[in-house]
Design a protein around this ligand. Structure first.
Ligand code: A2P
Length: 323
């Protein structure tokens, strides 16, 4: 089977009009054995995946780097610049004076000279030191967004990353960042699926040239934050049956059709292949209308980041009402 050519989206003029494959491979899985991840990345590259999403907190950077090096050695890709690598700054490192050294640590883990995209993982900081997940009350600190963003911009200027962006930012927090950023964020990576459609954020990001990337597009089954309600949805099952597709393909196609990009997780060759078969068919307007009626249920609420003594006293406050 010939490898699929995944379409790419432009990340904006402040990023030199760089492009990012619209469909990426996520590595945020619990207890993923390194050899399983390496084999899946090699399968994914053979199939046509070129965008790989990691984060310091996932502890997958090193293995992903080894897998890419192996892919080059095997001749599956000619060089590192044929893949798009995203990583993220964890809360314990979200301090202005730690951004550059933390990014360099990620590069060391990956055995790479630059990232394609570096994201602030959450709009909250935590006591510097050991990376903690899940965070709890005693670690939580307010994020110095201006200072951290200035360091992110510096990282881009230094060539340590080609583009910069954010993750888990509400519309209001993204708008605030735009009010002072010299280099605007190119991406906001957020929870998004037919069960958490992010209409308001998507409209805002579109109007401001920010690409939205969906994480957990299938409900992240198998992780400690995952849910089965996406893959078991009756509405999605009916659409899938009528189109001769799987529910996963309907979810992926829906994300692409509403103008977002995504990082989907699978470590199974057949499902990796299936998830790529989304570029030569369309959901109808009727399908889109049915999906837009699905009652909304946010999965990643992050209650642990709310505390009477912390920077956010309520979920309302943390998500600016987008909950
Ligand atoms: P597996 O690795 O066994 O394929 P998300 O991308 O929302 O985080 O969801 C990831 C979960 O969805 C994983 O458990 C993954 O399992 C599963 N998954 C990925 N692709 C498919 C698919 N095409 N059909 C069913 N489950 C899938």
């Amino acid at each position: 089977m010939a490898a699929t050519k995944i379409p790419e989206v432009v990340l904006g003029s402040s990023n030199g009009h760089r492009t990012m494959p619209v469909l990426g491979f996520g590595t945020a899985a619990n207890n993923l054995e390194p050899e399983v991840l390496i084999a899946a990345v090699l399968d994914a590259i053979k199939l046509g995946y070129r965008h790989f999403d990691t984060a310091s907190i996932y502890t997958s950077e090193q293995t992903l780097g080894e897998a890419v090096a192996e892919a080059i050695k095997l001749g599956l890709i000619a060089s590192r610049d044929q893949v798009f690598i995203t990583s993220k700054l964890w809360c314990n490192d979200a301090h202005p004076d730690l951004v550059i050294s933390t990014l360099k640590k990620s590069l060391q883990n990956l055995q790479m000279e630059y990232l394609d995209l570096y994201l602030i993982h959450w709009h909250i900081s935590a006591t510097p030191g050991k990376l903690v997940y899940p965070l709890s009350e005693e670690y939580l600190l307010p994020l110095d967004l201006k200072g951290v963003w200035a360091a992110m911009e510096e990282a881009q200027r230094l060539g340590l990353t080609k583009s910069i962006g954010v993750s888990n930012f509400s519309t209001k927090k993204t708008e605030n960042l735009l009010s002072f950023a010299t280099i605007p964020p190119s991406v906001n990576q957020v929870e998004m699926s037919p069960f958490w459609q992010q209409k308001k954020l998507r409209d805002f990001c579109k109007a401001n040239g920010i690409v939205v990337t969906a994480y957990s597009p299938l409900g992240a089954m198998g992780t400690n934050w995952g849910t089965s309600h996406v893959l078991e949805s009756k509405v999605l099952q009916e659409i899938a049956e009528a189109r001769g597709k799987s529910v996963a393909q309907v979810c992926i196609r829906w994300i692409l059709q509403v103008g977002a990009t995504l990082a989907v997780k699978s470590y199974n060759k057949e499902r990796l292949k299936q998830n790529l078969q989304v570029f030569d068919w369309e959901l109808s307007q009727e399908d889109l209308d049915k999906i837009s009626q699905i009652p909304q249920r946010k999965m990643m609420r992050s209650e642990e980041l709310i505390s009477a003594n912390g920077p956010y006293k309520s979920l309302e406050d943390f998500w600016d009402g987008e909950i």
